[in-house]
Write a protein that binds this ligand. Structure first.
Ligand code: NI
Ligand code: MN
Length: 226
């Protein structure tokens, strides 16, 4: 079984085959974080892009837990003397990690690091777990037509932003669901601040009326098993 946890905003966790994977760990300064920074466990940390609300507490968690940080090459170079272990990949490239096969996917966004350093291109992740589940973590992105190619992989779960302003809003996220054709979708990157406030139940109703994808709306701290 794979357990997905939403910690609020774009911070989420996957527990699969005994491994704890933390994605975009933004806890300190996150007004909706469901868990205290000191309590978070991780064997691996995945970073989609360099922005503060995604890189977040990576450095402190990686140093406390010894987790391997996986991101694009540029972010891994920037982190190399700040955390114990990194593994750089890049768009379109996959690698067989202990928890499954992880590929970096396109994302339409920015990726500057907190000190203004170049953070390479932003990414999403496509994970094939050791148990054969396909999970797409979109990261921060606008809608793009090649989501259809990701959908052709046969997705069990897609985790996508719906907040608008910085990423896809509800209308484009609905179009994304049609391209991704995932069995299940979980919306994130909304409700953190007024600027990205959305009604996830209303969005879920639209998606389920117009597609065959099931929407799972979580509250920060809630989990979904797949
Ligand atoms: Ni961002
Ligand atoms: Mn963001």
């Amino acid at each position: 079984m794979t357990i997905f946890t939403w910690y609020g905003h774009a911070t989420h966790g996957l527990e699969t085959d005994g491994y704890k994977i933390l994605v975009d760990p933004f806890f300190s300064g996150n007004p909706v974080a469901s868990t205290a920074l000191e309590e978070v466990a991780a064997d691996f940390i995945l970073i989609t892009h360099g922005h503060d609300d995604h890189l977040g507490d990576t450095i402190s968690i990686a140093n406390r837990t010894g987790a391997l940080v996986i991101s694009n090459f540029e972010i891994c170079e920037w982190l190399a003397n700040r955390v114990p272990l990194t593994h750089g990949q890049h768009l379109g490239g996959g690698f067989k990690h202990p928890f499954g096969y992880l590929k970096l996917t396109l994302a339409l966004h920015g990726s500057a690091l907190p000190d203004g350093s170049y953070g390479g291109n932003p990414a999403g992740f496509l994970l094939t777990t050791n148990l054969g589940k396909k999970i797409y973590l979109a990261g921060d992105t606008g809608l793009f037509g090649d989501m259809q190619l990701i959908g052709e992989e046969g997705l069990d779960l897609a985790v996508i932003p719906i907040g608008d302003n910085y990423t896809m809003g509800p209308d484009d996220a609905l179009r994304a669901v049609k391209l991704l054709n995932s069995k299940t979708v979980i919306p994130i990157h909304f409700g953190t601040w007024d600027l990205i406030d959305q009604d996830p139940a209303a969005w879920a109703a639209r998606v389920e009326k117009e597609t065959t994808t099931k929407v799972v709306v979580l509250k920060p701290g809630e989990t979904y098993n797949l």
